[in-house]
Design a protein around this ligand. Structure first.
Ligand code: SAM
Ligand code: SF4
Ligand code: SF4
Length: 364
């Protein structure tokens, strides 16, 4: 990201342009935040637990044996999640992504998917997973319940590097099996996400690109982000989107292509030889706050309006207090109207150190 970590403010946002999202179905006339961004996308964390200890997300030193995870009663129930999603859908949300922690550690996830799919205005349900618990039976039942898209995280193709990332000894083949199972289950799309951290796995960029080149799975590279406070993030450990594109381009020539829709998180590149496309999520070096229409719901029902927020709004408390539906909706409306988050565009050396919610708590 070059010098952007020490830059006081970078203004990339065009907040004058009222029609930025007018090509997004259902959002043109919806609720806008303080910087004129609609609420379109809700990421729902269904658990804070995970079967991995990725060093950039849940390092063992912080999430070791003594760590106290949430009890079942502290989590939002499926019924509560569905109530919340319905309320959000009335305000403009159309896309739901289930995440975690590892969402597949939550039992009967397909029942949640089925209920979410029955909400009229929700037209896209996806899942982000490490895929270790994705059996053929589970993949089929998730698809039958209405899960449309699956993103699978895989950070290397050799066991030594991958085990150094997941830190629990899971071999690469376990995740490759999960990718094959997802591909065979007939989801609308299966994408593969690779977080790149310098000194950890940047040597896996080319092998990963070559492996997925020419397949149906779009590989997306993600810059290492300063989410939370436990991953000891350093600017020098970010392999930038430009570096990633250069590295791939030397072996497999690529060219940039336009986004599929306004606010798409990944920059798209296509292989000149017809081998498909890749994505690069440049959240550090080329922040995209100006188009951010995403809200996040933690497993305990707190609403975060930014991935880098210190705290969220307690929606579970509100729900459990029996607040009338109209008051609840007014509260959500007021939270979104007052939103002015644009952390990645204003990142400073100091802000990196400020208290922030952990990624495993609110999901990617
Ligand atoms: N456990 C699931 C998984 O890994 O796919 C879902 C939750 S995980 C928090 C969601 C995504 O966030 C994953 O693709 C993961 O690689 C990414 N992620 C976690 N920590 C990150 C960090 N510090 N920087 C960039 N991406 C990160
Ligand atoms: Fe678990 Fe996903 Fe975080 Fe890795 S990135 S520790 S798999 S939640
Ligand atoms: Fe959205 Fe916050 Fe990320 Fe900016 S930093 S894109 S506002 S989540």
């Amino acid at each position: 990201m070059g010098s952007s970590s020490t830059r006081a403010v970078t203004s990339k946002m065009n907040i004058e342009n009222d029609n930025r999202f007018s090509d997004e179905p259902g959002v043109a006339d919806g609720l806008m935040d303080g910087l004129n961004r609609p609420i379109h996308d809700l990421r729902v964390s269904v658990t804070d637990r995970c079967n991995f200890r990725c060093v950039y997300c849940m390092p063992k030193e912080q999430f070791g044996k003594g760590y106290k995870f949430l009890s079942k009663g502290e989590l939002l129930s499926f019924e509560e999640i569905v109530r919340l999603v319905r309320a959000f859908s009335d305000l403009g949300v159309r896309k739901i992504r289930l995440t975690g922690g590892e969402p597949l550690v939550r039992s009967e996830l397909e029942k949640l998917v089925e209920q979410l799919a029955s909400i009229e205005k929700i037209n896209d349900i996806s899942l982000t997973t490490n895929a270790v618990l994705l059996t053929e039976k589970r993949a089929r039942s998730l698809r039958d319940a209405g899960l449309g898209r699956v993103n699978i995280s895989l950070d290397a193709l050799d066991d030594e590097t991958f085990m150094a990332v997941n830190d629990v000894g899971v071999p690469v083949q376990k995740v490759l099996d999960g990718i094959s199972i997802a591909a065979a289950a007939g989801f609308d799309s299966v994408k593969v996400n690779m977080v790149v951290k310098r000194g950890l796995n940047e040597h896996s960029i080319l092998p990963m690109a070559e492996y997925f080149h020419g397949t149906d799975q779009i590989l997306r590279f993600i810059e290492f982000m300063d989410v939370g406070n436990t991953n000891s993030w350093k600017n020098s450990e970010v392999v930038t989107a430009a570096e990633i594109a250069d590295m791939i381009g030397t072996r497999l020539p690529i060219e940039k292509i336009p986004p599929n829709y306004r606010g798409e998180v990944a920059n798209r590149w296509r292989y000149l030889d017809g081998g498909g496309e890749i994505g690069i999520i440049a959240s550090v070096s080329e922040p995209f706050c100006g188009d951010c229409s995403r809200a996040r719901l933690s497993a305990v029902g707190k609403l975060y309006t930014c991935l880098f927020a210190a705290d969220g709004h307690d929606l579970m408390g509100l729900l459990r207090s029996g607040v009338p539906e109209a008051d609840f909706s007014a509260k959500l409306t007021s939270i979104w109207r007052n939103r002015r988050d644009r952390y990645s565009e204003t990142r400073t050396t100091e802000s990196v150190l400020r208290p922030k919610v952990e990624m495993s708590f609110i999901g990617g």
